[in-house]
Design a protein around this ligand. Structure first.
Ligand SMILES: [Zn+2]
Length: 282
């Protein structure tokens, strides 16, 4: 399987309204948007991974069950959506346990995967993999292996790696053709970069026999969202504008990648299990 084109499509399942003080005055849209992602996945008969924040089941009580029933993987994306760097090891563990509990109560079973909010596992959080391993996680996809204005781990390496703690880290895929390397297969970059650049990067990664790891949020495709200032961008009007840019093009871009490269979308769980069995044979 690992010699095919593999697209680790995933959704960071969170409701940005819940990160804002007055967020609940805006319309709830997460369920509808997840439905749009499911339509895309069903069209290509694919199962993907949903990294879910702990407060989602409280506002969308049936969503986890729907995803599980359709055969998708449920993984953790923290309980409070705080950067790992802003927590102590103890706080990090407590947050993880609450996240697991919330998703399990909502119908998830055997959670083995984790993604840090903002890809915030960095050299400043050397304890993170240990805490994840002792909490029962088998893989993480939480590192942006480059210099980055927010978080990043330069020199981590772009290939998935089994950490000494026994857990796999599957870093986000980066573009190869810029001074500033960015996660081209995810969120705002996937929408804002020219389509030709996106396609070139998919081609290059697949050509090097690398899986492409990317992420999408519900809001990335929300063309009907009422305009407001997104949290976590320090009131920057420029970033806020970018966050609304090209949302209507996400599915046509995804479709064209699916048609052109015929990648296989698989869950992160399946992928790390393949890596593990390959590793065991060595
Ligand atoms: Zn997130």
């Amino acid at each position: 399987m690992l010699n095919e084109n593999i697209f680790l499509f995933s959704v960071d399942l969170e409701d940005i309204r819940l990160r804002m003080d007055d967020g609940l005055k805006y319309n709830a849209s997460v369920e509808r948007l997840v439905g749009n992602y499911l339509e895309f996945l069903n069209k290509f008969k694919s199962k993907a991974t949903f990294f879910v924040v702990g407060d989602i089941p409280k506002y969308y009580p049936d969503l986890i069950k729907t995803l599980v029933k359709e055969g998708h993987e449920i993984a953790c994306h923290s309980n409070l959506h705080l950067p790992v760097e802003k927590q102590t090891a103890k706080e990090f563990k407590e947050d993880l346990l609450r996240n697991i509990e919330s998703l399990t109560n909502a119908g998830a079973n055997q959670i083995v995967g984790y993604r840090a909010p903002f890809y915030s596992i960095t050299p400043k959080t050397p304890w993170a993999f240990e805490v994840l391993a002792e909490t029962g996680f088998k893989y993480s996809s939480s590192v942006l292996p480059s210099k980055n204005p927010i978080y990043g781990w330069p020199n981590f390496g772009e290939k998935p790696r089994k950490m000494k703690e026994g857990i796999w880290e599957i870093p986000i895929s980066l573009s190869a053709n810029f001074m500033l390397t960015v996660p081209f297969a995810g969120g705002v970059y996937f929408r804002v970069l020219p389509k030709a650049i996106i396609n070139w990067n998919f081609k290059k990664q697949f050509g090097n026999n690398n899986a492409v790891a990317g992420y999408f949020h519900p809001y990335d495709i929300d063309v009907d969202q009422e305009p407001y200032m997104h949290p976590g961008i320090d009131e920057s009007w420029f970033y806020n504008k970018l966050l609304y840019h090209n949302r209507s093009k996400v599915f046509s871009r995804l479709d064209s990648i699916m048609e052109r490269f015929q990648p296989k979308i698989i869950t992160y769980k399946n992928y790390f299990e393949e890596l593990n069995s390959q590793d065991a044979k060595r």
